[in-house]
Design a protein around this ligand. Structure first.
Ligand code: COA
Length: 134
């Protein structure tokens, strides 16, 4: 029905991706041709992965994603999931968290703003972040 996943340490996670995930995935998709614009976007991302800059990971080391199926949206479940995830990160002593919002989904910025996330960059995708400890 949906998920809210996070890594507490984006840099370490990206190290692992580079060592154990991207090479085999790139090889698997080497001859794959995209049929839709969505596939094309995902393929472009996989084939030219870039790391999250240290100016983001230093103050906001954690990274999260949240998505609910349409029939589960607008019922408070996203708020519960996000609150639970933020509490878990905070209890682990993580000092900050960031996330990305697609520019075509800008309305969702209001959802994150309710939880204290602020926009820190636009590239043009929107980068939002929140401090978890002083
Ligand atoms: C964004 C999402 C996680 C929010 O979860 P949700 O369960 O639908 O949201 P809630 O019912 O907890 O809503 C909490 C508040 O945020 C607002 N909100 C939720 N989704 C919103 C959206 N897409 N745009 C603007 N406001 C939104 C609600 O209106 C509500 O405001 P209120 O407290 O003033 O009534 C969920 O709608 C979702 O998965 N959407 C599709 C995928 C997506 O956009 N994921 C985020 C990618 S960055």
């Amino acid at each position: 029905m949906g998920y809210c996943v996070a890594t507490p340490d984006t840099s370490a996670y990206e190290d692992w991706l580079e060592a154990a995930w991207w090479p085999s995935l790139k090889e698997e998709l080497r001859d794959f041709s995209a049929q839709t614009i969505e596939d094309e976007n995902v393929l472009t991302h996989i084939r030219s992965v870039s790391r999250t800059p240290i100016r983001v990971t230093q103050p906001y080391p954690a990274h999260l994603h949240i998505n609910l199926l349409p029939e589960m949206q607008n019922g408070g479940h996203g708020s519960s999931l996000l609150a639970h995830q933020l509490r878990a990160l905070m209890m682990s002593g993580i000092k900050g968290v960031h996330l990305g919002v697609n520019q075509h989904n800008e309305k969702v910025v209001a959802f994150y703003a309710k939880f204290g996330f602020v926009e820190i960059d636009r590239t043009p995708s929107i980068l939002m972040a929140k401090r978890l400890t002083e």
